[in-house]
Design a protein around this ligand. Sequence first.
Ligand code: AMP
Ligand code: MG
Length: 495
Amino acid sequence: MNTALNSQEGLHVGLAWNNSFAHLGTDFYAPLAPQPLPAPYWVGRSTTVAQTLGLDPAALGSQELLEALSGNRPISGTQTLASVYSGHQFGVWAGQLGDGRAILLGETSGQEVQLKGAGLTPFSRMGDGRAVLRSSIREFLCSEAMHGLGIPTSRALCVTGSDAPVRREEMETAAVVTRVAPSFIRFGHFEHFCHHDQHGQLKILADYVIDRFYPQCRTDNSLVGGNPYAALLQAVTERTATMVALWQSVGFCHGVMNTDNMSILGLTIDYGPFQFLDVYDPGHICNHSDTQGRYAFYKQPNVAYWNLLCLGQALMPLIEKQELAMAALEHFKTAFPQALAQRMAMKLGFAQSHDKHQRLTEDVLRLLVEGRVDYTIFWRRLSLWARERRTDDSSVRDLFMDASGIDPWLLHYSELLAQQPQGLAADLMLKTNPKFVLRNHLGELAIQAAKTKDFTLVHQLLQVLERPFDEHPAFESFAAFPPDWAGGIAISCSS
Ligand code: AMP
Ligand code: MG
């Protein structure tokens, strides 16, 4: 393990670094530098994330930045560190975890920048501090795909790879994802300090999060009794509810919703064995290691609530009154269904959700389950069908082996649609129902090619997934049904 490198000798990348997390003090982290990665090469790069950071996209081609983002060269102005957190994994208190392989460089343009897979830290436990090429490509593409879908998420600037071997179930090679978010603080950070009765540190952390991200929690007296910590819990509850509603609406299964993987900002973070549903199967378990199905697709909202309860528990020393915490958490029970109903109404082409749309949604989801229909293709075809409104258009009913359920549904739906100005509904649908999602088999194809050092697919998928509602006629195959072998891809926690 290296000690922190002197920032004076580092590479100047033209960014101003602020590093507010480092100012919290060493109760919250261990200062240390990334571990060098031999002979790195670029695997994928996002110009839009570079622009978000204020980084000249041309720098993403430079050898210096390649070395720096692979951990081989310090960046001037950064204060590298690994933070400590704890958490509940699969419903069980797991004790201390922490950044076992992610190293925070610092904060620039209001965004923290982390190198994931950058080597051992004091929190690596049994791990090797590394990430493999396979999971790094998945995290990179999915971060940008989620952003393209309008779902709150950490972003990814780039992936760099190396031929350095890394042992998982089999031998693989190492990679580093440079990921970006306003903050990587998790529910587990709060659980850590509560568990150790470090209430002073707990307050410092909560005040830091409130001051930076939720200042209204101090000023808005209408929020839970004027208690800023209960107000924080309420705000995180609402953001988490919205995030999970968006997941459910696009068929995204996170796979490892442990409390250490839950962002205090309601961002999707820590991409591991995630999956976008192919056929609509609410019971789908995307994580091969999740033998009990704790994180099955349909359970995600309940798990989010359970995780929020853990956060509420961790904040109790600051909130003090249990009824305030419960009142804050109670918001989940309205925020989640409202956000989901609103999103599903939009998928159907209605700008506002009404009870009649909810019944329409429930009915069609049941038909999708019964018919084992592809989720993304169904909604996209329905959008095109709604745009044309041609009676001889059978593209939607063709998705069902037995059309006896979908035919009357389509009839009823078209009556409701007819009450809307033509074009308006379809426009909304085509902006809500993506043509492209990062299906498992697409990620897999990009990974297999990348293993032979062909990064074309990584690049093409990034281009398409950044704008998933556009048609991209040159990439029709990315919108096709998954091949038969897609069902055989097993993705576990091991990454
Ligand atoms: P995850 O399920 O990937 O979010 O990881 C859970 C915990 O294990 C976190 O504390 C990670 O930092 C740590 N971890 C996962 N993989 C590794 C690894 N290869 N080396 C060190 N720590 C790891
Ligand atoms: Mg994690």
